[in-house]
Ligand binder design. Structure first.
Ligand SMILES: Nc1ncnc2c1ncn2[C@@H]1O[C@H](COP(=O)(O)OP(=O)(O)OP(=O)(O)O)[C@@H](O)[C@H]1O
Ligand SMILES: [Mg+2]
Length: 155
């Protein structure tokens, strides 16, 4: 487990970019945190580091957006609307095993679909009235343990 605190929207994007430098095909990142925690903001930074020029916006209504103009494809998912199930119909396994990196917002709603290994990233709002956020990285499996070690080195 690795904890890292930031104090601005821009710093969250830089953190996402640092992760974006390290991701490999087939990586799965599960981003947890309340509404407005900064999950999409983090993903924007990650996309920038992949060289994706398009504007990354929340896929809340489409559930999945694919960006293919970067170093790796980015599969950005927001499954908030699956609060009452339906995640088994999305074909997530194909994304998770695909050539890109999958970033999932609200993964707790598709817990039955989680792959065996993943990087869980929890974002805690440490105060309601400022831009402070605590990121907690919890790797599951050797690949993600290595990724988090590289991230610690890079920061
Ligand atoms: N340190 C911070 N990191 C990220 N966002 C921050 C930070 N401080 C303030 N913000 C603001 O909080 C909001 C975060 O919005 P964002 O869409 O990234 O959240 P989210 O976790 O994706 O929410 P949702 O669950 O609705 O998808 C933005 O308005 C952003 O400017
Ligand atoms: Mg979001």
């Amino acid at each position: 487990m690795f904890k890292y605190s930031v104090t601005s929207d821009a710093a969250t994007q830089r953190l996402g970019a640092a992760v974006g430098q390290l991701v490999q095909p087939g990586d799965v990142l599960l981003l947890q945190g309340e509404l407005g925690a900064g999950k999409t903001t983090f993903t924007k930074g990650l996309a920038t580091a992949l060289g994706i020029q398009q504007y990354v916006k929340s896929p809340t209504f489409t559930l999945i957006r694919e960006y293919t103009s970067g170093r790796l494809p980015l599969y950005h998912m927001d499954v908030y609307r699956l609060e009452n199930g339906g995640g088994d119909e999305l074909g997530l396994e194909e994304y998770f095993n695909g050539a890109g990196v999958s970033v999932v917002e609200w993964p707790q709603f598709i817990e039955a679909e989680w792959p065996e290994n993943y990087l869980q990233i929890k974002i805690n709002k440490t105060a309601t009235d400022n831009e402070q956020r605590e990121f907690v990285f919890k790797p599951q499996g050797a690949r993600y343990t290595a990724l988090v070690a590289q991230l610690e080195q890079a920061l």
